[in-house]
Write a protein that binds this ligand. Structure first.
Ligand SMILES: [Zn+2]
Length: 119
């Protein structure tokens, strides 16, 4: 176990942690502030989950859909069906892996270079 291994993001608001930590039993959460240390303790005591903690970009989804069109066709052909639920589970998994790789590559590029069209 790494002694100094700790999370980077605040366990309440997901902003970068600022050297505050909350330890409960054998777990540790990072915190951005003293105020959020209390919020984290409350959240854990109430067994509340953070839920969805990232948003997806519809433009990135459009991009990824366009990229996987040929993969979709070839998996549909291989499985003899256009209906995803009828595909072999491994093919379905591979298809989503390819989709997500395209989506994440697109988003990595936006994170690096910034997104146009915001005035
Ligand atoms: Zn916070």
């Amino acid at each position: 176990m790494y002694r100094h291994k700790s999370p980077s993001l605040c366990g309440y608001c997901l902003k970068p942690g600022r050297g505050f930590f909350v330890r409960i039993e054998d777990k540790v959460w990072a915190s951005c502030s003293i105020k959020h240390m209390d919020k984290i303790k409350e959240r854990i005591a109430n067994k509340e989950s953070l839920g969805i903690n990232a948003v997806s970009n519809p433009q990135g989804v459009d991009y990824a859909l366009k990229q996987v069109k040929e993969n979709y066709k070839s998996y549909a052909k291989k499985n003899g069906s256009w209906i995803l639920h009828q595909w072999d589970p491994m093919d379905k998994k591979m298809f989503f892996q390819i989709f997500l790789s395209h989506y994440l590559s697109y988003e990595s590029n936006l994170a690096d270079r910034g997104m146009d069209g915001h005035k």
